[in-house]
Design a protein around this ligand. Sequence first.
Ligand code: DX5
Ligand code: ZN
Length: 219
Amino acid sequence: MMKISASLLGADLLDLGREICRAKEAGAAWLHIDVMDGRFVPNLSFGPGLVRAVRRVSDLFLDVHLMLERPIEHVDRFADAGADQLCVHVEADRPEETLRAIAARGVRPGICLNPDTPAEAVFPLLPLCDAVVVMTVQPGLGGQKLREDVLPKLRALREAADKTGREILLSVDGGVKADNAARVLRAGADVLVMGTGLFGDPDPRDVIERIRREAACAR
Ligand code: DX5
Ligand code: ZN
């Protein structure tokens, strides 16, 4: 069944506790937490302190997206903070070693790929992964428009993921909204990461219900 991962970057940061409740009540099963280092992407965002604080108040699955140049240096901090899944970029330093380090901490490892990175770049890493995060915007900022030209990559990723014999979830991150979600699901996504498309709407429950209705006939 399709899952929504509510991206806290799109939430009202001064009211984060209430935003987390709003996401859960709306039907989001996961919370997506974007971590940026000002190097791998120009922006800065959240760190392990936020993951720890969210872990204390929420039983939702914590899906942590590391946009870091050298993620291996931070695996232990995020594992200690209570992340359920740690996703690192194939374009970053030492992805294979980092995925192994994440798994060794008992956290689900995931690999992310930027919009212009070919699907094949992650194939050799799939046997080490529980998730693949397909970026449909250039990482670093919320509120950008989804690049539809990236969606065909999902089919190749699904085929390669199935060959590993592992159950690998495909996430799509960037610009997902109620009005493009059906196309994203039809392309093969299992998880929709939604920031502004969810928190920016006065009625997030209605957003998710609309997506679920459309998902029922998407595949
Ligand atoms: C972008 C982040 C996304 C972002 C998505 O670098 O990885 O998770 O929060 O935000 P929206 O849904 O607004 O594009
Ligand atoms: Zn993200």
